[in-house]
Design a binder for this molecule. Structure first.
Ligand SMILES: O=CCCCC(=O)O
Length: 453
């Protein structure tokens, strides 16, 4: 069942039954059939449609933001901000896509060659609830320009976002058989990947979902791009303005109620700054104790996406405390209807505790003390994940030196992440494989065909 439950109230709003197996097979057939014409159109024509989609996302920002707020509790202004980046992604690929996929001449020994960049065919997208529009955009925009077609399975709590995106793309001129939404269940994904008409899969989601999809993709020799969890380190080396550093790092962690794969979940602070940083961060995070309606722009603390998500995070925090971590603030579900959890700071988390190794997908910060730069890097790298990271300080050479030693797919200096249409996004280790966004994002489902002239 695809289910809309308002996480701010717990009210059940709508239930939509899963697609039957026959409906899923028919949807696969449509995107397979749609490929034949779509791939033959000039890239500039496809790009024009993608640019029109950018305009429609801008026009429908309020409507889409309201849907996300209802379905997964995103603060309304954050929803509008999310659509801003979606518009940027569609514009970026609409404007630059045709150049990025142009034939590439290659001088080779004894002659010449050309690399022709062609689409693979129909692809499956499996998308999560935390950024219902952005996650779809970064998979769909480049692949539409390249000439692939898309079957999209969205998160089971986001059916209205799924339908609104499908409607928007069709209104922009994407043919009905080039982008198809399916209300397939996770149990139907293996059959979709086994279908010879599907050429690859892009999944953003949990580590468990990634393992399952990667196994099915591997069994069927299908290309997979996986954007999974993260427990991004944020290293504070020094600062010229502690209040500013605390304010910006806390805001980065609390964005989307802490439900971002690339949020700075582990803050690693040099010993001489640690006490002041923890005191100020605790106060700053404490300021978030104003649970409210996420559709009210004044609300600081929205609900998590569901009570199941809230209970999971609350359970992780409780276990950390039981295992010896120090609770500085927050830590408990909030006694009111909806999926609210106090914003939380934990310190003294050690490698023998589960929280040290896990991703905590909610408004929870772990703070670590590092005696030396070497130790800060060691703590940062002591994680099964390797998505993003950030290094904060005043000396660009020192920050760069530290950044180069961090094991992750992305590092930001003096800012904590945030996607950018033209900057590749992705991780290593258990954070996944492949890249989205930027020039790399259009190459993942591309046949780079060598033609020896
Ligand atoms: O969950 C990952 C999405 C990242 C969104 C962003 O950085 O803007």
């Amino acid at each position: 069942m695809y289910t809309v439950t308002n996480p701010a109230t717990g009210e059940l709003v709508e239930e939509i039954p899963n697609a039957t197996d026959a409906e899923v097979r028919a949807a696969v057939g449509r995107v397979h059939a749609g490929f034949a014409d779509w791939r033959r159109r000039p890239a500039t024509e496809r790009a024009k449609i993608v640019l029109r989609a950018a305009e429609l996302f801008a026009e429908r920002a309020d409507e889409l933001a309201a849907i996300m707020t209802l379905e997964m509790g995103k603060r309304i202004n954050e929803g509008r901000g999310e659509i801003g980046i979606v518009v940027d992604i569609f514009r970026y690929y609409g404007e630059h896509g045709p150049d990025l996929i142009a034939d590439q001449p290659l001088a080779i020994r004894g002659g010449e060659a050309v690399i022709q960049k062609t689409p693979l065919g129909a692809l499956l997208g499996v998308m999560p609830w935390n950024f219902p529009c952005y996650q779809v955009a970064r998979f769909v925009a480049p692949n539409l320009v390249l000439g692939n077609t898309i079957l999209l399975k969205h998160a089971s709590i986001c059916p209205r976002s799924a339908l609104a995106i499908e409607r928007l793309l069709h209104d922009a001129g994407v043919p009905e058989d080039v982008y198809v939404n399916t209300f397939a269940s996770s149990r139907q994904v293996p059959a979709i990947l086994a279908d010879p008409r599907i050429q690859g899969v892009s999944l953003t989601g949990s580590e468990q979902a990634g393992i399952a999809v990667a196994a099915d993709a591997g069994r069927n020799l299908k290309k997979a791009v996986l954007e999974l969890g993260g427990s991004d380190p944020l290293i504070v080396l020094d600062t010229a303005d502690m209040d500013e550093t605390v304010s910006r790092t806390a805001t980065a962690r609390m964005r989307n109620c802490g439900q971002s794969c690339n949020a700075p979940k582990r803050m690693i602070v040099m010993a001489d700054l640690y006490d002041e940083f923890v005191d100020k961060l605790t106060k700053r995070v404490g300021d978030y104790y104003q649970p409210g309606d996420p559709s009210d722009p004044a609300t600081k603390l929205p609900p998590l996406a569901s009570t199941a998500a809230r209970d999971e995070v609350a359970g992780q925090v409780a276990k950390a405390i039981e295992q010896g971590a120090t609770l500085r603030t927050g830590g408990h579900p909030i006694d009111r209807p909806g999926a609210y959890l106090e914003a939380t700071v934990l310190t003294d988390v050690t490698p023998d505790m589960d929280a040290y190794h896990e991703e905590i997908f909610g408004p929870v910060v772990l703070v670590f003390r590092a005696e030396t730069e070497e130790q800060a890097i060691a703590i940062a790298n002591d994680s099964p994940f390797g998505l993003g990271a950030s290094v904060w300080g005043t000396d660009p050479d020192r920050m760069r030196r530290v950044a180069e030693r961090i094991e992750s797919g992305m590092v930001y200096l003096n800012s904590a992440g945030g996607s950018q249409a033209d900057l590749p996004f992705g991780g290593i280790k258990r954070s996944g494989m492949g890249r989205e966004l930027g020039p790399a994002g259009i190459e993942e489902f591309m046949n780079q065909k060598s033609i020896r002239l």
